[in-house]
Ligand binder design. Structure first.
Ligand SMILES: C[S@@+](CC[C@H](N)C(=O)[O-])C[C@H]1O[C@@H](n2cnc3c(N)ncnc32)[C@H](O)[C@@H]1O
Length: 256
């Protein structure tokens, strides 16, 4: 039974890191007038309300996107700022876009979007927001295995597990290796938490060893004793310019 709900964490520092990199990759990839396939193994509900008691209680958005906006961490022309502004123009000032809605901001009518979400309520909310995308109420790794290599062949797969099932840490490297072999031109982005007990380390080392860009940022634990002390993203076949955005985020988050 899945219990993780991203509404408690939407807009936190990990989202900011992941979503800034994702938006930067997509903004670059859509510059070429060739269609793309965009896929997510763990999509979430796509649209979050930061005035919801769940978000306010944890204070994570306050320490993440709210602080980022107050302190100018995202320049006005940053791709994530553009996706956020478009979401707020449509859904109100407390709205925050999850990764599917960020992707939708950049994708064009000929691009394809396949989103997997296993939690029934999250999948229902996702389908309501992402009209026109293919929403798969199934295990995301099974979906990606079935779709890859996708048509169009250019594209990006975001793998963003909740790591509720501890076997995820063991399963992910073999999954990424298999997808990268079947789809050697695909950009594959894996998000993972940096944990004080280092449980993520073997997985991250193995995936990064596939010749990928690895970017990690550390930040203060969300609450005393909280195991998550940072955010990591590993990208196989990173688009041009991603290293610059990663360096920019390193500088900002090192100073908090
Ligand atoms: C970290 S959240 C996704 C957040 C989203 N990618 C974003 O950045 O806005 C992980 C999601 O994966 C879902 N999930 C967990 N196990 C899954 C599985 N095996 N296949 C598909 N979805 C799963 C959870 O219900 C949760 O909504």
């Amino acid at each position: 039974m899945l219990s993780y709900q991203h509404a408690y964490h939407a807009g936190n520092l990990a989202d900011l890191h992941k979503h800034a990199l994702l938006a930067s990759m997509l903004a670059y990839m859509v510059q070429k007038p060739k269609p793309l396939s965009y896929m997510e193994t763990h999509a979430g509900r796509a649209l979050y309300d930061l005035s919801d008691p769940a978000a306010i209680r944890t204070g994570e958005a306050e320490a993440g996107i709210n602080r980022a906006l107050r302190e100018g961490w995202l320049p006005p022309d940053h791709p994530l700022a553009a996706a956020l502004a478009a979401t707020r123009a449509q859904h109100g000032d407390a709205a925050y876009p999850g990764s599917p809605l960020i992707a939708r901001h950049f994708l064009r009518p000929d691009d394809r979007m396949d989103l997997a979400e296993l939690h029934p309520a999250e999948a229902e909310a996702l389908a309501a927001v992402m009209v026109g995308a293919q929403v798969h109420r199934q295990d995301g790794l099974v979906m990606a295995n079935a779709l890859c290599p996708p048509v169009p062949r250019r594209g990006l797969l975001l793998v963003d597990p909740s790591y509720e099932v501890k076997s995820d840490y063991r399963a992910i490297p073999a999954f990424i290796r298999k997808i990268a072999r079947k789809w050697n031109v695909g950009t594959i982005a894996l998000w993972y938490p940096l944990l004080s007990d280092a449980r993520h380390m073997a997985m991250a080392d193995e995936v990064a060893g596939m010749g990928a860009l690895r970017h990690e940022v550390r930040f203060p634990a969300l609450r005393p004793g909280h195991n998550m002390v940072g955010s990591g993203m590993i990208v196989v076949n990173p688009p041009f310019g991603l290293e610059d955005e990663a360096a920019r985020l390193t500088a900002i988050l090192a100073a908090i």
